[in-house]
Design a protein around this ligand. Structure first.
Ligand SMILES: O=C([O-])CC(=O)C(=O)O
Ligand SMILES: [Mg+2]
Length: 231
């Protein structure tokens, strides 16, 4: 990352909720920008902040080979190495939030296997505008954070091709550029353009601080034990 220090930004955003960041975006005049379509939901409730690493896939145009099962095994290997590669996985940095434009397709590019490899390399979460994720019982058990429109069963072959990485992509009505800040939790996903990241964080923290103080008073009134969300 050239324009700003990603560790500094990740630290600045680590405690912020999606709603704080949404408010921070409003405070700098970005009312109509950043909120990813609400149909894109988390597989399970969790909160992640990361730096956008983008990739674009296209539907596969065919043809589907008419071959025996054994020939198909070979064809699948060829497909993985030539048509649907995951080139973006070769240069992952700690804190990357993988943003995949899968053109709305119903394909399980990600599963319980390859996401573990990416986790090991530093990926903190995934955002897709289609399915893109399968093996979800295991993915949830492994605590791999994914926000997607739906869940897919099928594998890549005959369905999708990798096209390019590190380019702007459109996800749920929002243009996501490499290095944008992605904040995701149970309320969905908000995208902060990197050039506004510090200013948005300032007002997001103002919101969070005010909210904590208010809820702390109400906790006390209710006789509740204080937790991390109010102190
Ligand atoms: O095989 C794939 O491409 C995706 C998958 O199911 C996994 O990694 O577990
Ligand atoms: Mg699998």
């Amino acid at each position: 990352m050239s324009k700003f220090n990603r560790e500094e930004i990740l630290d600045l955003y680590k405690d912020l909720r999606v709603t704080d960041v949404r408010d921070g975006m409003d405070w700098v005049g970005l009312h109509g920008y950043g909120t990813v379509d609400h149909h894109i939901r988390p597989l399970f409730r969790t909160k992640v902040v990361g730096i956008a690493r983008t990739a674009r896939y296209l539907p596969f145009e065919g043809p589907v080979p008419n071959v025996t099962g054994d020939e198909y095994t070979k064809w699948v290997k060829w497909y993985y190495s030539e048509v649907c590669t995951d080139e973006w996985a070769n240069d992952i940095e700690e804190g990357d939030f993988i943003v995949m434009d899968v053109a709305g397709t119903d394909v399980g590019i990600l599963g319980s296997n390859n996401t573990l490899d990416h986790l090991h390399k530093g990926v903190v979460g995934y955002l897709t505008n289609g399915g893109g994720i399968r093996d979800t019982d295991e993915v949830i058990m492994q605590r791999i954070p994914v926000w997607s429109r739906f869940v897919s069963q099928g594998m890549d072959q005959t369905r999708i091709r990798y096209y390019e990485k590190d380019v702007p992509v459109a996800i749920g009505g929002v243009a996501v550029y490499p290095n944008d800040v992605i904040v995701a939790d149970g309320d969905g996903v908000v995208v902060v353009p990197s050039k506004y990241a510090k200013e948005v964080a300032k007002y997001a923290h103002q919101e969070l601080t005010g909210d904590k103080a208010g809820r702390k008073k109400l906790y006390e009134k209710l006789g509740w034990e204080l937790d991390d969300t109010v102190q």
